[in-house]
Design a protein around this ligand. Structure first.
Ligand SMILES: NC(=O)c1ccc[n+]([C@@H]2O[C@H](COP(=O)([O-])OP(=O)(O)OC[C@H]3O[C@@H](n4cnc5c(N)ncnc54)[C@H](OP(=O)(O)O)[C@@H]3O)[C@@H](O)[C@H]2O)c1
Length: 333
C-alpha cells in the first residue's frame, strides 16, 4: 500500500517552520501475524510535541531526524492479521504521521464510535480531557464558591479544566487570546468571566477586576507573563496547577521574570507540576467521569478540524498563534 508520511527534516530554533518537516512517499511494511494495516483518520497536534522536536532528554522521547513524527491518532483497520481486530474497526494509537501504516495489535486500543464521535478520543475523552480532570481534581481541588483561573482556557485542556471547575461549584475565569474566544467561553462553556490577554492593558489589574475575592486555584497552561500576573492575585493557601508553559516552548533562552517565590512563601501557596501519565493507573476513573458529564450535558467540547494530511505541519505550528478553538485536529480526508 502506498503511504505518505512526514518526517523530522531538521530541529527548529525557536518557532518551528514548514522546513523542519519533510513529506515522503513509501510502501507500507508487509503485514505479519498479530498486526493490522491502518488508514489514518484523525491526527492530533499537541503543544508537547514541540519539546520532542528538540534533542534533549525529557519525559517524552525526542523525534529523530529523518524519522516519522508520531503522536495520537485515530485510524481505521483496513486489513487484519490479528484476532483482536477486524476490518472496519476504529482504533486509537501512538502512530506515525502517515496516511497508512502497519502496527502491532497489542499497541492499539479499539474505540467505540457509535456513542461518541471518533475525534473525542483525541480530545475530551483522550489525553487533553484526562489531563484537565487530574490537574483540577487532584491538584487544584477547588471548593464550592472558590475562584478558579484557567490560562489557555479556550484550548483542548483549558476548556475542559474550566468546565470541571464549574461542575465543582467554583467561580471560573478563563484567559485566552481573542475576544471571539472570550465570548465562546462565556456563552457556550459557562465560564463566569474571560480575559483577552492580547488586549488587556494590565493583566494583573484585569484579573483583580474580575476576581474581587482573589484567586484560589490557578490552572496554568501557558506560563510567562500571564502566570506572573495571576500569581500577583493569588490568595493565602491557593493552589497552582502547573500543566503547561506554552509561552516558553519556542524560547531559545530562559527569559527573566519576576521572582515569584516570595509570594508563594508568604501566601503558603502550593504549586505542583504534573504529567498526565503520572495518573495512568487511574485513567479509567477520569474517562468514566468525563463520559458521564458529557452524557449529562454538563461538559461540552469544541474542535478545530483542518482537512488534509498535507496541512499537518501548518496545523501544528498554528497552535503557537492560537488558531484553534478547543482541540486542534487534522482529518486526513
Ligand atoms: N502536563 C501534562 O501532562 C499536559 C498534557 C497536555 C497538555 N499540556 C500542556 O497544556 C497546555 C495546553 O495544551 P492543549 O493541548 O490544550 O493546547 P491548546 O490550548 O489546545 O493549544 C495551544 C493554545 O495555547 C495558546 N497559546 C499559544 N501561544 C501562547 C502564548 N505565547 N501565550 C499564551 N497562550 C498561548 C493559544 O491560545 P490563545 O488564543 O489563548 O493564545 C493556543 O490555542 C500546553 O502548554 C501543553 O503543553 C500538559
Amino acid at each position: 500500500m502506498k503511504s505518505r508520511q512526514i518526517v523530522l527534516a531538521s530541529r527548529p530554533h525557536g518557532l518551528p517552520s514548514s522546513e523542519n518537516f519533510r513529506f515522503e512517499d513509501r510502501e507500507t511494511d508487509s503485514l505479519n501475524d498479530n498486526e493490522v494495516l491502518l488508514k489514518t483518520w484523525y491526527i492530533s497536534v499537541d503543544p508537547y510535541m514541540r519539546g520532542r522536536m528538540n534533542d534533549v532528554k525529557s519525559y517524552a522521547a525526542s523525534f529523530q531526524i529523518d524519522q516519522p513524527i508520531a503522536g495520537s491518532v485515530v485510524a481505521k483497520v483496513i486489513e487484519s492479521k490479528s484476532n483482536s481486530f477486524i476490518e472496519g474497526d476504529t482504533v486509537f494509537g501512538m502512530l506515525p504521521w502517515a496516511t497508512y501504516c502497519v502496527e502491532k495489535a497489542e499497541k492499539l486500543r479499539k474505540v467505540d464510535i457509535k456513542s461518541v464521535p471518533p475525534e473525542y478520543y483525541l480530545g475530551i475523552l483522550g489525553m487533553p480531557g484526562i489531563t484537565a480532570y487530574f490537574g483540577m481534581t487532584e491538584i487544584g481541588k477547588p471548593k464550592k464558591s472558590e475562584t478558579v483561573v484557567v490560562s489557555g482556557a479556550a484550548g483542548a485542556v483549558g476548556i475542559v479544566a474550566g468546565q470541571i471547575a464549574k461542575i465543582l461549584g467554583s467561580y471560573v475565569v478563563g484567559i485566552t487570546g481573542s475576544d471571539e474566544k472570550c465570548k465562546l467561553l462565556k456563552e457556550q462553556f459557562g465560564f463566569d468571566e474571560a480575559i483577552n490577554y492580547k488586549t488587556a492593558k494590565s493583566m494583573a489589574t484585569a484579573i483583580a477586576t474580575v476576581c474581587p475575592k482573589g484567586v484560589d486555584v490557578y490552572f496554568d497552561n501557558v506560563g510567562g507573563e500571564i502566570t506572573d500576573a495571576v500569581i500577583a492575585n493569588l490568595n493565602f493557601h491557593s493552589r497552582i496547577v502547573i500543566c503547561g508553559q506554552i509561552s516558553l516552548y519556542n524560547s531559545t533562552e530562559i527569559p527573566m521574570g519576576p521572582r515569584v517565590f516570595p509570594q508563594i512563601l508568604t501566601k503558603s501557596i502550593l504549586a505542583q507540576g504534573f504529567i498526565v501519565s503520572n495518573y495512568s493507573e487511574h485513567f479509567g476513573e477520569a474517562f468514566a467521569y468525563l463520559a458521564q458529564w458529557i452524557s449529562e450535558g454538563k461538559l461540552k467540547y469544541a474542535h478545530t478540524i483542518i482537512h488534509g494530511f498535507d496541512k499537518l505541519p501548518d496545523a501544528f505550528i498554528s497552535l503557537f498563534s492560537g488558531k484553534n478553538q478547543g482541540k486542534m485536529l487534522v482529518e486526513t480526508k
